[in-house]
Design a protein around this ligand. Structure first.
Ligand code: DGP
Length: 210
């Protein structure tokens, strides 16, 4: 019998929603359950393209806004062969940010339509599940100050939040909204339940495209 494919599971949300903490906890829980699973994170700052993005985010370089959008997208595309290989081999991938961050962050800038921003990611492997960790700007502020990187301001994050609110209305994507204001353990329980369901369903379905 052919090996069953892994699921592509994405965590999205504004900064401070807890995506990275929850990705790690989900990884551990699924591994303890005996599943083959790995975490990926976008932007992947280790590649040549990722290093350009990293310097831009750290404000060490300036890039024109369309250009940086294309670089973020290219950074996802360059990982596609690896992602497909892992999924086909039966490994579930937990992805910390994906194309939806690409659309939400760039379209939060003046002069960018959501449609234009989504175009460059069309054809990427489609997630079996996208969990949106929902946290109001007020609650995010209670989690401390933002860091020094580009985009880490209250005004910009509020604009990003609004763009995500539009994106989660897309019925062609399996969105699950998670209340990220709950305790780390309670959020983890919700995420784990949705993920196990998605893994069970995905193994009998072909991988789709965005
Ligand atoms: P992180 O390493 O998860 O903190 O992400 C770095 C920052 O980059 C964060 O503010 C979100 C933003 N970001 C992530 N993906 C994209 C993208 O595709 N396009 C744009 N413009 N920003 C992105």
């Amino acid at each position: 019998m052919a090996c069953k494919r892994g699921a592509l599971i994405v965590l999205e949300g504004v900064d401070k929603a807890g995506k990275t903490t929850q990705s790690k906890k989900l990884l551990q829980a699924l591994q303890q359950g005996g599943r083959a699973v790995e975490v990926l994170r976008f932007p992947d700052r280790t590649t040549t393209i990722g290093q350009l993005i990293s310097a831009y985010l750290e404000k060490k370089s300036e890039l024109e806004d369309h250009t940086v959008h294309l670089l973020f997208s290219a950074n996802r595309w360059e990982l596609v062969p690896l992602m497909k290989k892992k999924l086909e081999q039966g490994t579930t991938l937990i992805v910390d940010r994906y194309a939806f961050s690409g659309a939400a962050f760039t379209s939060a800038k003046p002069g960018f339509s959501l449609d234009w921003c989504k175009k460059t990611d069309e054809g990427l492997p489609k997630p079996d599940l996208v969990m949106f960790l929902q946290l109001s700007p007020a609650e995010a502020a209670l989690r401390g100050q933002f860091g020094e990187e580009r985009y880490e301001t209250n005004v910009f994050q509020r604009a990003v939040q609004q763009k995500f609110e539009q994106l989660i209305k897309d019925p062609s994507v399996n969105w699950q909204v998670i209340d990220a204001s709950k305790s780390v353990e309670d959020v983890h329980k919700d995420i784990k339940t949705h993920s196990i369901n998605a893994i069970n369903i995905a193994q009998n379905l072909p991988l789709g495209e965005l």
